[in-house]
Design a binder for this molecule. Sequence first.
Ligand SMILES: Cc1ncc(CO)c(N)n1
Length: 230
Amino acid sequence: MNSQLPSYGATFDAWRLGAPNEWAAYTRHAFVQGLGDGTLPRAAFVHYLVQDYVFLVHFSRAWSLGVVKSETLAEMKTCASTVDALVNHEMALHVKTCAAEGISEAELFAATEATENIAYTRYVMDAGLQGDFLDLMAALMPCVMGYGEIGLSLAAQAETSPYRDWINTYADPEYQAVCTNAGAMLDGAVAHRLGAKPQNSPRWAQLQARFTKATALEVGFWQMGLDGAS
Ligand SMILES: Cc1ncc(CO)c(N)n1
């Protein structure tokens, strides 16, 4: 299984390896399996998608904070283009799918946030407000890369799922490029601040802890999708 995981850069790959239980619970959650085999109830999917639209609003705010906290132009460019990818591309999937369910974009924007949703996005935002650029990135990466990994793995196994649009959004080369670029930028940002042997830095364990916490909050988000619709 591990040999099939996509690589999104040395730092991300190390953090993923450092959170094996949380990562498996996130990327192989029952919600994910239901997307792949098509057994996920439509109501759970729509409930999740409405929450995810609001998630992306706050997630885009957090990536925008990345522009503020950047120390190099390369960091700034990646953060700015990720904000663009989120607000101008990924969210189009939510708008289109929800429109087909009779939910307008104005309703999406005004949707009441589930507690698990608030917990996750505000944790990420606070990591960036309290800490530096790396603290923010450690909290942002599980979201970006996890969906890249899930998209690829479901695309390889799910030919006929009714959730094919969702799967394709994340398996798409455009989304995979967002993951690869973010991972390369992260490696540069780590080298810039922590040197060539970042694992020896006293900050490494703290960054791993942030990554692991954000991954656990992703598990809570899937669970909210399943539970909230029942
Ligand atoms: C909860 C969540 N995590 C990650 C992504 C990927 O951007 C998303 N859309 N939603």
